[in-house]
Design a protein around this ligand. Structure first.
Ligand SMILES: Cc1cc2nc3c(=O)[nH]c(=O)nc-3n(C[C@H](O)[C@H](O)[C@H](O)COP(=O)(O)OP(=O)(O)OC[C@H]3O[C@@H](n4cnc5c(N)ncnc54)[C@H](O)[C@@H]3O)c2cc1C
Length: 423
C-alpha cells in the first residue's frame, strides 16, 4: 500500500519505506512485501527557508529538483549536484547520495547536506547531522531509505553566474582516447561526461564524444533565464523499439553528428537532463522494459580492465543507446555512497530474462576483481553474494542499521535481494 500526504511526517508512521518520484531504476523504492506500507513524499514539497547570505536551503523531502530549479536557477542559485533527471526528490537524492557530471570537484549530493529531519524505525522524529548523530547521518547518505524516513533536508546551494552552460564537445576515437580525454578534461573542467557507442567492436571500441562544461559567465549567456521546456510524450508501445539494429543505427548517426569539435552556450536541460525532454522515454523499450547498470572501476590510466568490460558487453550484446562514462572523484562520507575514484560506466540494459542476468553476472565479476562496485540506485540484477563481496563498508552500515532498527522494520525489495532481509 502507498500512502501519500502533504503531511509526510504523519504518512511515515508505521511505514516500512519512503519513496520519492520513483526514478531509481531498480527495486530500491519498492516494498519488500505487498503488506508493507510505503510513504510517498511527493506531496510534501514546501520550501521552508532560504538564507541568500549563506545559500542554505531547508525544504521538505518531497521537493523535486525540477521545482527547486524553477524557483532558484533564475535567481542565480543551483543545486550543487544534479543527477541526469530533474524528476527526483530531495529525499531520493539524499538516500541515493546522487552524483553528477561535477563529481570530481563537488563530490556527492550528501557532501552539501547540513542536516536532516528524520523519522527513525522506533517512531521518533530527530534532527540528524554530523554534530548530533554522525553515524546515522552518514549511514543515511546513500543508505537507500533503510535507516529512516527523511522528512526535511537542509543543504547548501551553489551560487552560479548565470543559469546557462558554456560547453565544449569533441569526439574520442577509442577506449584509450576516451579515458585519457576524461582524465585530462577533469583537471580543467568542473563538469565532464562522455557518451560512447556501446555497439562498436574492434579498434573503434569505446568511440564516442566527450562534453565538458561550466556555468556560463553572465556576459556569455543569453540575458533571459532558460525556460524548462514542455515535453513530448512516448505512448505505450506493443513492442520495444530498442534492439541491436536500431541502437546500432542510432549510435552511428549520433556519433557522426558530432564530427567537429564544438563550443556552445547550452540550455541546462540539454546539458544536465537530456532525457527529461521526452516524457515516458522508458516506453521505447517496450513492455519487457529495461534495467540500468552502473559500476565504478578503480583504474588509474590502465585501460585493460575497461577493455575487458567492453569486450563482454559487446560480445554478449547490450544494445544501450544511453551509455555514459564519467571520471569519479573522491568517495563520499555516506557509508554506502556509490562513487569512488575511477571510471564509472552506466548502461541501459534491455531486459531479456536469463541472458540479461548472465550479462550482469559477468560484468560484476570484472567489477569485483577490479575492486569496484555497482550503484544500488540503478541496479536490479546484482546478486547479494556479489554485492556483499564488493562492499567492504557493508558491516559498518549494518552495525549502524542494527543499532537504529534492530528488528529491521525498514526494508525494501532491494534490501531483501542484496542484504538478505526477510520478505
Ligand atoms: C534518467 C535518469 C538519470 C539519472 N542520472 C543519475 C545520475 O546522473 N547520478 C545519480 O546519482 N543518479 C542518477 N539517477 C538515479 C536517481 O538520481 C536516483 O535514483 C534518485 O534517488 C531518484 O530519486 P527519487 O526521488 O525518484 O527516489 P526514489 O526512486 O523514489 O527512491 C530512491 C531511494 O531513495 C529512498 N527514498 C526516497 N525518498 C526518501 C525519503 N523521503 N526518505 C528516505 N528514503 C527515501 C527510497 O526508499 C529508495 O531507496 C538517474 C535516474 C534517471 C531516471
Amino acid at each position: 500500500m502507498e500512502r501519500a500526504s502533504e503531511n509526510f511526517e504523519a504518512a511515515t508512521a508505521s511505514a516500512a519505506l519512503s519513496r520519492g518520484l520513483g526514478r531509481s531504476y531498480g527495486d530500491a523504492s519498492l516494498p519488500a512485501s505487498p503488506a508493507d506500507v510505503v510513504a510517498n513524499s511527493r506531496r510534501a514539497d514546501r520550501i521552508l527557508g532560504f538564507d541568500p547570505g549563506s545559500g542554505v536551503l531547508r525544504a521538505e523531502a518531497g521537493l523535486s529538483l525540477r521545482d527547486l530549479n524553477r524557483v532558484f536557477l533564475r535567481r542565480g542559485w543551483a543545486s550543487p549536484v544534479s543527477p541526469g533527471t530533474q524528476y527526483v526528490t530531495l529525499g531520493g537524492m539524499v538516500a541515493s547520495d546522487v552524483h553528477g557530471g561535477n563529481h570530481h570537484v563537488a563530490g556527492t549530493f550528501g557532501e552539501h547536506v547540513r542536516s536532516l529531519r528524520m523519522r527513525v524505525a522506533d517512531g521518533r522524529v530527530l534532527e540528524v547531522s554530523e554534530q548530533t548523530e554522525p553515524e546515522l547521518f552518514r549511514a543515511t547518505l546513500g543508505g537507500m531509505g533503510l535507516t529512516g524516513h527523511i522528512l526535511e533536508v537542509e543543504l547548501k546551494m551553489e551560487r552560479i553566474p548565470s543559469a546557462w552552460l558554456y560547453t565544449e564537445t569533441r569526439r574520442v576515437a577509442d577506449i584509450d582516447d576516451l579515458v585519457e580525454t576524461l582524465l585530462e578534461s577533469s583537471r580543467r573542467w568542473p563538469m565532464t561526461k562522455t557518451w560512447f557507442d556501446s555497439t562498436q567492436r574492434g579498434p573503434g571500441m569505446g568511440r564516442g564524444f566527450a562534453v565538458m562544461g561550466r556555468w556560463a559567465e553572465a556576459g556569455e549567456a543569453p540575458p533571459q533565464p532558460p525556460l524548462l521546456r514542455e515535453r513530448l510524450s512516448v505512448p505505450p508501445l506493443p513492442i520495444g523499439l530498442v534492439n541491436a539494429l536500431t541502437v546500432s543505427v542510432f549510435n552511428k548517426l549520433w556519433f557522426h553528428s558530432q564530427s567537429r569539435p564544438r563550443a556552445a552556450i547550452a540550455h541546462p536541460q540539454a546539458f544536465f537532463w537530456p532525457l527529461d525532454g521526452l516524457l515516458h522515454w522508458n516506453r521505447l523499450y517496450g513492455p519487457r522494459g529495461f534495467a540500468q547498470y552502473q559500476c565504478v572501476l578503480p583504474i588509474e590510466r590502465d585501460t585493460r580492465v575497461v577493455r575487458r568490460f567492453f569486450a563482454i558487453m559487446t560480445r554478449r550484446g547490450c544494445p544501450s543507446p544511453v551509455s555514459v562514462i564519467k571520471d569519479c572523484g573522491a568517495e563520499g562520507r555516506g557509508l554506502l555512497s556509490f562513487p569512488k575514484p575511477g571510471i564509472s560506466i552506466a548502461l541501459d540494459v534491455p531486459l531479456r530474462g536469463e541472458r540479461t542476468q548472465a550479462l550482469v553476472d559477468a560484468l560484476n565479476e570484472i567489477v569485483l576483481e577490479a575492486g569496484g562496485r555497482v550503484y544500488m540506485a540503478k541496479d536490479v540484477l546484482t546478486r547479494g553474494t556479489h554485492f556483499r563481496a564488493m562492499e567492504p563498508r557493508l558491516p559498518h552500515f549494518l552495525e549502524v542499521r542494527r543499532k537504529w532498527d534492530p528488528e529491521r522494520r525498514l526494508r525494501s525489495a532491494l534490501s531483501v535481494r542484496l542484504l538478505g532481509d526477510d520478505v
